[in-house]
Design a protein around this ligand. Structure first.
Ligand code: NAD
Ligand code: MG
Length: 398
């Protein structure tokens, strides 16, 4: 890419794990990328340092007082960064005419509105925020087709599938000889924990992932395997794949990031060290390849690759996700919202680990499914599921 055709980026969720890895890759290639806007929710100190390093035109934080404080700090350092606040500002920086690429790395449902704004504005979207696609898959994909925006998956499994699909894959599952998607999963920190001990596991134990360093919400999702359930739904929408053709394979080494099986029996996979800078660099530079700062894969050190079938009695959240995908309509929105409420309660010490799946199952049972025609309907279903999950938590604490 020539110097005058720099990619101009907005990074939503810059202060998080994916955001930090994104800026690490960007900093290695100043001739290719220019940071136009960065956002953080509450970790304003991290954002301040990122602004000093990348000198964006805009920065977005959650609250007015934080915005004023950051603005003063940046001005004192000689920066003219405009500091904005609130959800509308996130959508605004996702749609800026001078921005061509948006990294969607906010965690959870809060990422939906700004990511959808980027879709509607026809940007190139690097999607880490899988929850946005899970809660609004049909709407998201319809808007994508309408605007002609480009969607590149950052989730390591989906990025691996994307790399293993035919280059001209057009979403017609089965017609290009694509037979099956195999999503790999590490199994998380509790893969071998005796079932009887799961009742007492703590948030810190759940967040101690064996292979990946991630934010706390996705770390708990990895422990319950809800993360893989959300990823099955994500794969369904990204690749237009029926649930029956998406299989989850536990692969504790996290070296094979996922696989695609073809009609002739060929299975293509993408391998690499478990470092999110690989899929981030892939999507940032696509279709070119750039250095991500990731060490070469040492197969001699890995030595062994193991595979096993997920045990649904250990990982009931995975079964709940397949159930929500089969139900269609608002069920995945409900699943996602109930999971966010239950995981937040677990991280706060208000809910035992095993009750996460129970809360989600109760909410899925309680709420009737509905078709979701627009963003307001999605947000309504999300709110209804949050209220139902809070009511279940309330009943449990009595
Ligand atoms: P994180 O908790 O480290 O960071 C989350 C980011 O979102 C932060 O910048 C935070 O400021 C922002 N944020 C949080 N709540 C917000 C709100 N209400 N409004 C606006 N901004 C808010 O999370 P992460 O691990 O970087 O994950 C980000 C997304 O990427 C998630 O959807 C996750 O599932 C996905 N993902 C992460 C990884 C990983 O390795 N970390 C891998 C695959 C996918
Ligand atoms: Mg993943």
């Amino acid at each position: 890419m020539s110097a005058c055709k720099k990619r101009r980026l907005t990074v939503l969720g810059a202060s998080g794990s994916i955001g930090v890895s994104t800026l690490d890759v960007v900093a290695r290639h100043p001739e290719r990328f220019e940071v136009v806007a960065l956002s953080a929710h509450t970790r304003v100190e991290v954002l301040a340092r990122q602004c000093l390093r990348h000198r964006p035109r805009y920065a977005v934080v959650a609250s007015e007082p934080d915005a004023r404080r950051l603005s003063g700090e940046l001005a004192a350092a000689g920066l003219s960064t405009e500091v904005l606040s609130g959800p509308a500002a996130l959508a605004q920086v996702a749609m800026l005419p001078e921005v061509d690429t948006v990294m969607a790395a906010i965690v959870g449902a809060a990422g939906l509105a700004p990511t959808l704004a980027a879709v509607r504005a026809g940007k190139r979207i690097l999607l880490a925020n899988k929850e946005a696609l899970v809660m609004a898959g049909a709407l998201f994909m319809a808007e994508l087709r309408r605007s002609g925006a480009t969607l590149l998956p950052i989730d390591s499994e989906h990025n691996a599938v994307f790399q293993s699909l035919p280059a001209d894959y057009d979403g017609s599952f089965g017609r290009k000889g694509v037979r099956r998607i195999l999503l790999t999963a590490s199994g998380g920190p509790f893969l071998k924990t005796p079932l009887g001990e799961l009742a007492g596991v703590t948030p810190d134990q759940a967040c101690a992932h064996p292979n990946w360093v991630m934010g706390r919400k996705i770390s708990v999702d990895s422990a319950t395997m809800m993360n893989k359930g959300l990823e099955v739904i994500e794969a369904h929408w990204l690749f237009n794949a029926p649930a029956a053709n998406i299989e989850v394979v536990i692969h504790p080494q996290s070296v094979i990031h996922s696989l695609v099986e073809y009609a002739d029996g060929s299975v293509l996979a993408q391998l690499g060290n478990p470092d999110m800078r690989t899929p981030i660099a892939h999507a940032l530079a696509y279709p070119e390849r750039i250095d991500a700062g990731v060490a070469s894969l040492d197969l001699f050190a890995v030595a062994q690759l193991n595979f096993e079938r997920p045990d649904l009695s250990r990982f009931p959240c995975l079964a709940l996700a397949y159930q929500a995908l089969a139900a269609g309509g608002s069920a995945a929105t409900t699943l996602n919202a109930a999971n966010e409420v239950a995981v937040a309660a677990f991280l706060d010490g208000r809910l035992p680990y095993l009750a996460i799946a129970e809360v989600i199952a109760a909410v899925l049972d309680a709420l009737p499914g509905a078709a979701l025609a627009d963003l307001e309907a999605v947000q309504g279903a999300d709110q209804a599921a949050r209220a139902a999950a809070s009511a279940v938590l309330e009943r449990r604490s009595r």
